[in-house]
Write a protein that binds this ligand. Sequence first.
Ligand code: ARG
Ligand code: ZN
Length: 863
Amino acid sequence: QSFNRLKYLPPYYTLSQVELDIALDPARTIVKSRLEVLPGPNHEAGLPLVLQGQELEFVSLRINGEAHRQFELTPLTLTIHALPHDGCQAFSVEIICVCIPEKNTSLMGLYVSNGNFFTQCEAEGFRKITYFLDRPDVMARYRVILRAREAEYPVLLSNGNLLSTEKLANGWHTAIWEDPFPKPAYLFALVAGKLECIEETITTSSGAKKLLQIWVESHDLKKTRHAMDSLIASIYWDEKRYGLELDLERFMIVAVGDFNMGAMENKGLNIFNTKYVLAQAETATDADFANIESVVAHEYFHNWTGNRVTCRDWFQLSLKEGLTVFRDQEFSADQMGSESGRAVKRIEDVRLLRQLQFPEDAGPMAHPIRPDEYQEINNFYTVTVYEKGAEVVRMYQTLLGREGFRKGMDLYFKRHDGQAVTCEDFLMAMADANGCDLEQFKNWYGQAGTPTVSVVESYNAAKKEYQVTVTQHPPANVKNKDTKLFHIPLAMRLLTPAGDQQESLLELTQESQTWTFPDVETRPVLSINRNFSAPIKLDFDQSEADLLTLFSSDDDAFNRWEAGQKLAMQMILQGRLPDAALISAYRDLLMDPALDPAFKDLALTLPAETYLYEQCVSVDPQKIYVARRAFRKAIARELRMEWASLYQQMQTPGPFNPDAASAGKRALKNLALSMLLEADPLIWSPMAVNQYRNADNMTDRYAALAALVIQGSSSAVACLEDFYAHFADDPLVIDKWFSLQASRPPVTDAVATLSDVRRLQGHEAFRMNNPNRVRSVIHAFCMNNPASFHQMDGSGYAFWAESVLALDAINPQVAARLARGLDRWKQFAQPYQSLMRAALERVAESETLSADVKEVILKALGD
Ligand code: ARG
Ligand code: ZN
């Protein structure tokens, strides 16, 4: 079944009030609901009320207090006929049904994790709790009574404010929660179990006091400080940057070890994967600390961009996700504490976009940030909707300026607070607040694929005149012939020895445009798409000499980094090693005392293999791996003196601090260590073992271990054993232990990694129904270890097919994510291509595929 954006119809019925009475029992949870139903905007007399419900046992139905027998049940619906007054006036519906949380391995709806109850309702999980109008444009007020045995479930949480609690005679107890804000069902949440919290009271801009809580299992309480600090910083940032205040008396975050995604913004009760909450120096890396900060901010920011103003339908998902990712990116950039830190954050975000979203946009699952069609909405929580969506929001800010963007945001909330709206509504708020026409800008929402922008420059020395001609080319893979032109903001600057040229913004709106610059005394070097002002591929045949100039002196840190990436990429793809000029540029950059260590780390980190694949017509994964590794080895050897001195200089003595400056130093130090091991493994392995043993933080301990494992050092085995023994009772650390081994590149013999992965799957700590553990082994190997995965005998693909099928029976969302692993099969050379196709066909043949996996596989095969 396929859903189409243009077939949207407003609801026939809506809800004003929802009362839920939920008696929690893992084996048999009884859900009583009372819905106040109203005729909706699209109502006609006599229409039945169709509610969604899935995997529920129906018990009873009453309408206006009377037993009602005119209804039909299907596996996905409850259709109620013969409504009072033909459904033209308000009426109440009372339903009793039963669900089985302990059997729910999909982790959608109500489920059990480590003995506690949790929910996940976005996008369509509420229908697994009770029969409901489960669509985001139906918004209601909720009052929830939770009941459970007090000894096993002492804590009972739901959205909004706690009204009362009561102990019952039979060992059960209850809690009544009320959420004052109308919301769609996807924002409903409940949590029950043995949890404890840290709490903090803060005063927000209006002077109101707010209670903040982070709920975890008691042994994890010591790991919640960073998440709390991140939450407080997010609350103040949203007040300062956007004038948006926390609107509830209480805001709770709860951590759960079994979770499909990163986290969920349920109103007032955010539920998080433990991975994005728990951190302390001994167990979490700098990257973990940064991710926690950004995910906590992301979910908090949803309170306005997502909850107060929500989506009309799921095609509009990027309305909340693209905007909220943009907001969390800006927050994290501000938290970096310096201009160079902001640039580092931008580079990291663009690297992620190009590594993951560009391939998606060029493959069989390519879709516009506002998709037109889907079979399973869970498949559209993608890097396109999220990350490219954020780039599109960023372009408004680039075009309108920060102030113009803020005006647009203010108008958006003024117009749409409390509503469920569309991407177009957001665009109109931006346009109207700034009195500008964004008609052409709309095309970013409707067309899939990454546009290419080609650049041709010319300099007339006699006239002292510089000309640049910029042309946009529609993405190669979009089927639609009448592709529309994009409105592309290109930040640019001419670099001259005199430094006399200013930065300007070119707005490319036609197919091809030429800009002329007078009074340019010497031939300049063009720096274009600065700060990655548009999510495009740049086709610009700039000489290596110009790229070196940019790499050593562009004042735009992003483009400076980009020039280095481009030089390395071109050489790797040509099978070359870095030449003397590039090595000397690397040396100057590494030794420049004025540069941010985090920037140096990024500048010396080579483009990912999967990004290199995107530059090839026919991918030979082994050849690319070998060329990239050889290039890396050359950098390691040519700069061994510099790496050794940086390894000393970048030490961070004193107590661990996860701030950006210290993290940057550690990143560069650990890059140096891995380079030293690459250059002279026998000399430096003992140093890595030393760092592994003596580290007081996970960043340094893990980096040393990773360097040893990647190098295939003989000490790696003992260190891995020690690591497991030391952290066996910390699941998030054990995930790292698994993923390091599953993503180990081939050392001598690539087949070894697959047999390692099979061995890891048989390990006592492997759990096929825990998404984090599965991702740290299976996804890590199939999607994060290309050189080991792509084997000429097809063994990696056979393992993939087997794993997709096994996981699909447990958790379709986790399986569908893995199913994306062969998306780009057509891009590969033989024999890989045929072997991948055979693996896809093997999965397609299964008769029990979920809608999630089926959509992904059939699109990959091109049906
Ligand atoms: N809205 C959540 C976030 O971006 C993601 C939830 C997606 N869940 C899902 N089952 N598709 O923070
Ligand atoms: Zn989100």
